[in-house]
Design a protein around this ligand. Structure first.
Ligand SMILES: Nc1ncnc2c1ncn2[C@@H]1O[C@H](COP(=O)(O)OP(=O)(O)OP(=O)(O)O)[C@@H](O)[C@H]1O
Length: 247
């Protein structure tokens, strides 16, 4: 009997290195998402956050290191098999099909037998989608389109969902709704790895925080161990009013 099961991460990233051609973008990244945990992944533009998620999902090959799902090494598995093993990526830009209806977008994944049940669950989480099931996704607002993307992540009942800048381009009120939906999702026990430009929102919901700088983890801890200001000033190189130094 294993005594490590309780702490085995749902998603384990170990010494991960990835490159585009000659450019190395991730350099030996270690990151763990434990069951049911919300992990925020922060860092300046170009640090490699999207690449980390794409490599975990199998869309970018790892040139060194491993990706594990519930302790199982999936580094050489296809994106499809990783999705079946419980990993879901909600990409930046939403990845929905504008000309298909809301219902069709939500039905693209998942076993046909469970479609009705799944659709009910998604509509329960995002009631506004229930009112627009027959409409082409292109006719929905940006926030509603993001709800489709999030809804699709529920279809396969994943153990861990990676969310890349889900608030991008949305109005504050809509972002509130999206984050409420994420918190509901987290409460059901789904682990989340969240890349988010709004540091305060990310810190408010995270159990664990990683800061990535130039493809390496530059800080890791809990939100109680760091302030938003410190992250902005030391790691994101954002000049704050009052003349804070830039790292
Ligand atoms: N398909 C690609 N081909 C070549 N280089 C790429 C590709 N995608 C990203 N890069 C480069 O890899 C580096 C990391 O990019 P990535 O998008 O992972 O960073 P990020 O932290 O997500 O940044 P952002 O916040 O701007 O999305 C950047 O220098 C970027 O220009």
């Amino acid at each position: 009997m294993s005594t490590t099961t309780a702490t085995t991460p749902v998603l384990g990233i170990n010494g991960l290195t990835a490159r585009y051609g000659a450019a190395t973008v991730l350099r030996g990244v270690d990151l763990q998402v434990k069951p049911g945990e919300v992990v925020a992944l922060l860092g300046p533009n170009g640090a490699g956050k999207t690449t980390l998620m794409r490599t975990a999902a199998g869309l970018v090959p790892a040139s060194a290191g491993t990706v594990t799902l519930a302790g199982v090494d999936v580094t050489r598995r296809s994106p499809h098999r990783r999705a079946r093993a419980g990993l879901c990526l909600v990409p930046e830009g939403r990845g929905i099909f504008p000309s298909l209806t809301v219902r069709e977008n939500l039905r693209l994944q998942g076993a046909p037998r469970q479609r009705k049940e799944t659709l009910d669950r998604i509509v329960e989480a995002f009631p506004v989608l229930g009112e627009r099931l027959g409409a082409p996704a292109a006719r929905l607002s940006g926030g509603q389109q993001q709800m489709i993307a999030l809804g699709r992540s529920l279809v396969t009942n994943p153990d861990v969902v990676m969310l890349d800048e889900v608030s991008m381009g949305l109005a504050p009120l809509v972002i509130d709704q999206i984050f409420e939906a994420l918190e509901r999702l987290a409460r059901t026990g789904t682990a989340l790895l969240v890349v988010e430009q709004y540091v305060s929102r990310a810190l408010a919901m995270a159990d664990s925080v990683y800061v990535l700088s130039r493809g390496q983890v530059s800080w890791h801890g809990t939100p109680s161990e760091i302030t938003e200001e410190e992250i902005m000033r030391r790691y994101l190189a954002v000049e704050l009013p009052g003349g804070g130094e830039v790292a």
